[in-house]
Design a protein around this ligand. Structure first.
Ligand SMILES: *Cc1c(COP(=O)(O)O)cnc(C)c1O
Length: 462
């Protein structure tokens, strides 16, 4: 007799992982090192202390520690909303009439509405432990700013958030939430920093971008005593914290006797995907198993699928260290796609390296097809997905439909990173048939790539 796998499966508190997993410890080849702007010298831990708090700078460059203990105070806060459920999407399977089994890990069950809280808590904790007096950050769609505002409220640290201007206009309630948690919110580009003023001088109507907001936040951090900067994606430390997603998933699926054939995640800066796949990538790296791993990005901001693997700045103002990653160029400003959390020019250096070495695949999808999948999913599984998350739904659904054609009973796992209750303007636009599908031309993309920094060949590598 087989027992039916529950629709929503939760680990018990005792089954919660108590360590994060660092993928780099199992990568035979590391990504190229971070470089200091100007000199192009390899960044050492102490070089990062002006921007990041010390423990996070350490985590950023630590490629050897395989498992990192999650601090007790972080675990205390994790227990408020974790474990997140592993859901078997029975209703969606039935609707698609597929022999495939579809699972998703749902990270939208906390008040911030996304997986970003997993790293926000860790970053606020380490800042508090170091005795810092304030933090700055940027936010695009608002999820990271909200998560950070919640974490900073909990650890009692003042936070200033630079919010991409177009997003602050599209989502005024995101600003309200952050302010409720005590954070200050400034639309970016702003006239409060040199980086912002420079852009406004060129174009007073600049809509802003994540890259610009990062420049502003870092400028404030490095010029303010006791202030440091925190970032919600891309960085190695963020992938480390987000490994909690994959570790929980792996424990749960092991208990259920399941192993995914295909793992799908949306990719903005790569943190949820890097976190979800972490223990499965370990299996791949160690030759224990070989699941397919698919990164999904918007056609409007195709870093993996149309970007270049090169050294680039992480921000538009070119004040961050340089990272070797798949990038569209730090000057690239994506069109006003609704998946604000996926509008970043670059990609996690870890995932970039793994992609470059053939350990993961990437596809890009059109905005309208994403909302089609989002709506189908919402009507079957009753969760209104964030547009970002719906990129993964689109590709998981397509995979399940392919299984219907071939008759293969694959096990598909995808990351449902968040909820879309602040994205109702986007849903309304979709349902009224007004949603555009913007796909940049080769010429447009070429512009960003041509402006990539000229890092000497011997440093830049292959
Ligand atoms: C920020 C965000 C993403 C994309 O960021 P990654 O670092 O690539 O994970 C995806 N989904 C949601 C809901 C987000 O808030």
């Amino acid at each position: 007799m087989t027992t039916r796998i529950p629709h929503r499966f939760y680990l018990t508190e005792a089954q919660l992982p108590t360590q994060w997993y660092n993928i780099r410890a199992d990568m035979r080849q590391q990504h190229a090192p971070m470089l200091i702007p100007g000199s192009y010298k390899v960044a050492r831990e102490a070089d990062l202390y002006g921007v990041f708090c010390e423990e996070l700078a350490h985590q950023e460059l630590d490629s050897t520690t395989r498992y990192v203990d999650i601090p007790g105070e972080v675990m205390d806060m994790y227990r408020v909303y974790r474990p997140s459920p592993l859901v078997r999407a029975y209703n969606l399977e039935k609707e698609l009439d597929t022999p495939a089994k579809i699972y998703f890990k749902f990270e939208g069950n906390n008040t911030s509405g996304s997986h970003k809280l997993n790293s926000a808590i860790a970053q606020a904790y380490y800042a508090k432990k170091q005795g810092l007096s304030s933090l700055t950050t940027e936010t695009g769609a608002g999820q990271w700013g909200t998560a950070m505002a919640e974490a900073c409220a909990y650890f009692k640290i003042p936070l200033q958030v630079f919010m991409v201007k177009i997003s602050s206009q599209q989502k005024p309630y995101r600003k309200a939430i952050m302010e409720n948690f005590g954070a200050g919110v400034t639309p970016s580009p702003s006239d409060t920093t040199n980086a912002g003023r420079k852009l406004l001088a060129v174009n007073p109507d600049d809509n802003g971008s994540l890259g610009t907001a990062i420049s502003e936040a870092i400028e404030v951090a490095v010029s303010t005593e006791g202030c440091r900067y925190v970032l919600g994606s891309v960085l190695n430390q963020v992938l480390l914290h987000q490994s909690i997603i994959g570790l929980e998933t792996k424990v749960a699926m092991d208990i259920l006797g399941e192993y995914p054939d295909v793992i799908v995640g949306c990719a903005g800066g790569g943190s949820n995907l890097g976190g979800l796949i972490a223990p499965y990538m370990q299996d791949k790296l160690l030759g224990r198993a070989n699941p397919r791993i698919v990164a999904v990005e918007p056609k409007s901001c195709p870093s993996f699928t149309r970007g270049k693997y090169a050294y680039d700045y992480c921000d538009t103002g070119k004040i961050t260290p340089l990272a070797k990653m798949y990038t569209l160029g730090c000057t690239f400003t994506p069109s006003g796609d609704h998946a604000g959390g996926l509008r970043y020019h670059g990609m996690s250096p870890i995932l970039s390296k793994l992609y470059h070495d053939g350990f993961l695949e990437a596809v890009s999808v059109k905005q309208t097809s994403v909302f089609e999948a989002a709506t189908l999913f919402a009507r079957r599984e009753t969760i209104l997905p964030a547009p970002e998350s719906a990129h993964a739904i689109r590709v998981a659904v397509d995979e399940a439909l392919r299984c219907r054609e071939t008759g293969e009973a694959k096990t598909i796992l995808f990351g449902l990173t968040g909820t879309g209750y602040f994205d109702l303007a986007a849903y309304t636009q979709y349902h009224s048939g007004q949603m555009p599908d913007y796909i940049p031309s080769d010429e447009e993309l070429q512009k960003g790539v041509l402006l990539l920094p000229d890092v000497p060949e011997d440093i830049a590598g292959e």
